[in-house]
Ligand binder design. Structure first.
Ligand code: FAD
Ligand code: NAI
Length: 468
């Protein structure tokens, strides 16, 4: 029987980062992973492959429609879908191999198999072939992630009716793609296939897209996506998908509040209605580990479950299902186990939608501030007034900063525009440091850069933007 200081179950961003941090702190660590490669959902079937396809399809779109406006004539681009998928697969491979390398470098034992918590201090690992073994350990971290939520009555075959996993490996561009759910996955993967030629219809239960994001940003973004060819059916629900015939799928759609149903045809249906915590086969009930009302592992403020020596982090616990949130929790819990003061600031976790333009946010939305009764000032600046954005022909969108009316502390920031996902980092640091709009407004920004739009938005909080 092998003995460890820490056994981590799951090698996604939460699990592998936790393992590396624990090893840095001197612990003897094992990671149990049931998939053939490390990296979890994010590296294998999530963040990384989706970003590879988003980038490649954006280049295809740019070659077809963007370059000519810059005076670059290339003729109509031809799609090599196999080549694009090969780029995606190679990107995934180098990332998952990177995690294997890091495990070796940090002397972490990677153990292939399904992990089950027998009790505090014992994890049983059942490999695909061969005998199960039991690992003895002082601490266990559960980092088993999440899985796509299913719609009752709609069978997923990952060929025609797919989750994000199937949507990342379609063999040809669908004529018509129907997406259920106007969340991050629906809009990102909808964008990939729309750019490659699919007609995309998004059916969303609520009367808005991207719930949780700032309302004004979501509204503008919806307009932009419509211009890109998206059709939206908001306030609507899918009640069934008839896949019986050889021809198109027949999708029944009804108003969410009730009313007449209509039938839409689609070649592919993508179900993207959220994700659920994954705890199947972990033996948590037998080990006495409590789940919350939504099936997530219940933790206290220090990631500890109700059983001493058992912790949980990442998608399998409460909070936004984001890779970097899991990574930060992974580091924090390793430090806590080592007796340090690991901590995550949940007010400074950025969220990015990697579409074109990108949408990025950190901190509070206007809706959240209103609900909390917090008075705030708004500073906004459009990319159409930014020199660099004009030079790049990327003038859509704006930066919006929300600062406390009394103290001027920045409470939230929202960007829709070119490389918003990179630009948001500056505002995340500002929020982490408890900075004010004045701090940002007085910070020199290089010219001509897109980040000047952020400074101008900060100036606009006190109504003193220069270029507007
Ligand atoms: P996971 O990454 O899900 O890893 C859990 C691992 O545990 C898996 O490898 C699983 O095989 C393993 N496991 C489960 N049970 C057992 C068991 N009993 N024994 C052994 N191993 C087990 N987030 C972002 O921040 N940015 C993005 O751009 C982004 N894009 C995404 C795109 C898509 C299409 C999807 C689906 C998700 C995306 N996400 C993104 C979300 C991100 O992937 C997750 O938030 C992140 O992977 C969660 O990390 P985790 O370590 O908690 O779990
Ligand atoms: P989501 O929670 O972002 O969006 C799901 C959408 O489906 C919501 O708008 C919801 O109102 C809608 N919906 C729910 N039930 C419905 C129904 N029956 N009919 C119609 N609409 C319905 O979930 P999504 O897009 O599946 O993504 C899952 C998770 O993965 C998210 O939490 C997200 O954070 C993460 N992710 C993050 C990415 C990023 O950071 N760029 C990219 C992709 C995923």
């Amino acid at each position: 029987m092998s003995t460890y200081d820490l056994v981590v179950i799951g090698s996604g961003p939460a699990g592998y980062v936790c393992a590396i941090r624990a090893a840095q702190l001197g612990m003897k660590v094992a990671v149990v992973e049931k998939r053939a490669t490390y990296g979890g959902t994010c590296l294998n079937i999530g963040c990384i492959p989706s970003k590879a396809l988003l980038y490649a399809s954006e280049m295809f779109e740019e070659a077809g429609h963007g370059l000519e406006k810059l005076g670059v004539k290339v003729g109509a681009p031809k799609l090599d879908l196999k080549g694009m998928m090969a780029h995606k697969d190679a990107t995934v491979e180098s990332n998952v191999n990177g995690v294997a390398f890091l495990f070796k470098k940090n002397k972490i034992d990677g153990i292939q198999g399904t992990g089950r918590v027998v009790s505090a201090g014992k994890v049983e690992v059942t490999p695909e072939k061969g005998d199960a073994q039991v690992l003895e350990t002082k601490n266990i971290v559960i980092a088993t992630g999440s899985d796509s939520a299913r719609l009752p009555g709609i069978e997923i075959d990952e060929k025609r009716v797919v989750t994000s996993t199937g949507a990342l490996e379609l063999g040809k561009v669908p004529g018509k793609l129907l997406v259920i759910g106007a969340g991050v996955i629906g809009l990102e993967l909808g964008s990939v296939w729309a750019r490659l030629g699919a007609q995309v219809t998004v059916v969303e239960f609520l009367d808005r897209i991207l719930p949780g994001m700032d309302g004004e940003v979501a509204k503008q973004f919806q307009r932009m996506l419509k211009k890109q060819g998206f059709t939206f059916k908001l306030g609507s629900k899918v009640t069934g998908v008839d896949a019986s015939g050889k021809g198109a799928l027949k999708v029944s759609v009804e108003p969410a509040k009730g009313g007449d149903a209509e039938t839409l045809e689609a070649d592919i249906v993508l179900v993207a209605i959220g994700r659920v915590a994954y705890t199947e086969g972990l033996g948590l009930a037998e080990a006495g580990v409590k789940l919350d009302e939504r099936g997530r592992v219940e933790i206290d403020g220090h990631y500890k479950t109700n059983v001493d020596g058992i912790y949980a982090v990442g998608d399998v616990v409460k909070g936004p299902m984001l890779a970097h949130k899991g990574e930060d929790e992974g580091m924090a819990v390793a430090e806590i186990i080592a007796g340090q003061a690991g901590h995550v600031n949940y007010d400074a976790i950025p969220g990015v939608v990697y579409t074109a333009p990108e949408v990025a946010s950190v901190g509070k939305t206007e809706e959240e501030l209103k609900d909390a009764g917090i008075a705030y000032n708004v500073g906004k600046f459009p990319f159409s007034a930014n020199g660099r954005a004009r030079a790049m022909n990327r003038t859509e969108g704006f930066v919006k900063i929300l600062a406390d009316k009394t103290t001027d502390r920045v409470l939230g920031a929202h960007i829709i525009g070119p490389v918003a996902g990179e630009l948001i980092a500056e505002l995340t640091v500002l929020i982490e440091f408890g900075g004010s709009s004045e701090d940002l407004a007085r910070t020199c920004h290089a010219h001509p850069t897109l980040s000047e739009a952020i400074r101008e938005a900060a100036l606009a909080v006190e109504k003193r933007a220069i270029h507007m």
